[in-house]
Design a protein around this ligand. Structure first.
Ligand SMILES: [Zn+2]
Length: 300
């Protein structure tokens, strides 16, 4: 495990989102001692977002004057080739050298990491994955992502691809995905994908919590759709477990609140994993919405 911070009050993390930027100062036990949140105002453009981050950083720094580095979590991917942003839903970030610009503007070393990796790091060091040497953090919500943490460090890989299980194919005849492939995990088990499956069967546009509620109430179509969701979750996660054999899997994102993932979902993983038993614990996250910003702080 990574040694705990020796700084009395020194870790600053910032989580950049499309509508808000959240900042935190962690105490020596990795618990937040100061928090602040401001609007991203992303409509005002890229340079404005950099200024908003700088404003928040100055406020956080007043609570941690000895801080000499900052970790920042961001949606989207950071190109391993030139450090520019891509696939961010805050579109004005894409193609821009956010890491270089923030390092210059903030005047301290910046560690930038995508939000799934921040989630995995937070849960590994301060949440449900504590004690595990190899932790796979899963984001299951409007998209499907993930991050791998090994002995307290984010495993990025030379192409910054490590943990991106959402775009491996589980059925080449499956639905098309925005990434250009067909039958990606995300195109089957992300919330909007499951909602589309239900809509295709019933003509009804219903959100995921309602589909789950209808399944529990005995609705036939909802039950079939949920069964397919669980089955594909099991197949996809078993593939990951076969390859990296993590000590623990932690689920995050909106769909991680579906209780059936921890019962029927575990059974489905066990059916597909290359072993006669499944010993890998599959746990609900402990840090909830705070995982991103805590993970950002733990980057430094
Ligand atoms: Zn895809």
């Amino acid at each position: 495990m990574k040694p705990q911070s020796t700084k009395p009050n020194g870790r600053i993390g910032i989580d950049l989102g499309g509508t808000k930027i959240e900042g935190v100062v962690l105490g020596p036990d990795n618990k937040p001692v100061f928090r602040q949140r401001i609007a991203t105002e992303s409509a005002a453009g890229y340079e404005h977002i950099v200024e908003r981050i700088a404003l928040l950083f100055e406020r956080l720094r007043r609570a941690a004057p000895e801080c000499d580095a900052v970790g920042i979590g961001t949606p989207g991917a950071i190109s391993s080739r030139d450090g520019t942003m891509k696939n961010s839903n805050t579109a004005c970030l894409n193609g821009r050298p956010l890491h270089a610009d923030l390092s210059l503007r903030l005047g301290v070393p910046v560690r930038l990491e995508n939000d799934a990796n921040c989630f995995a790091l937070a849960e590994a060091l301060a949440g449900a994955g504590q004690g595990g040497a190899l932790v796979f953090g899963v984001i299951l919500g409007t998209g499907v992502g993930g991050g791998i943490v090994h002995h307290g460090e984010v495993l990025r890989g030379p192409q910054h691809l490590a943990g991106e299980w959402g775009h491996h194919c589980i059925d080449p005849s499956g639905p098309p995905c925005y990434c250009g492939q067909r039958g990606c995990v995300e195109s089957f088990i992300a919330g909007p994908a499951v909602e589309a499956q239900y809509r295709a069967r019933t003509g009804e546009a219903v959100r995921m919590p309602e589909i789950v509620a209808r399944c529990r109430a005995g609705d036939g179509v909802a039950t079939e759709v949920l069964r397919g969701f669980i089955e594909r979750f099991g197949r996809a996660l078993a593939n990951v477990i076969d390859i990296i054999d993590p000590d623990v899997v932690v689920l995050g994102g909106g769909l991680s609140n579906i209780d059936e993932l921890y019962t029927l979902g575990c059974d489905a993983v066990a059916r597909y994993v290359f072993n006669d038993e499944l010993r890998t614990p599959i746990r609900h996250n402990q840090l909830g919405d705070s995982a991103g910003v805590i993970g950002a702080a733990l980057l430094v």
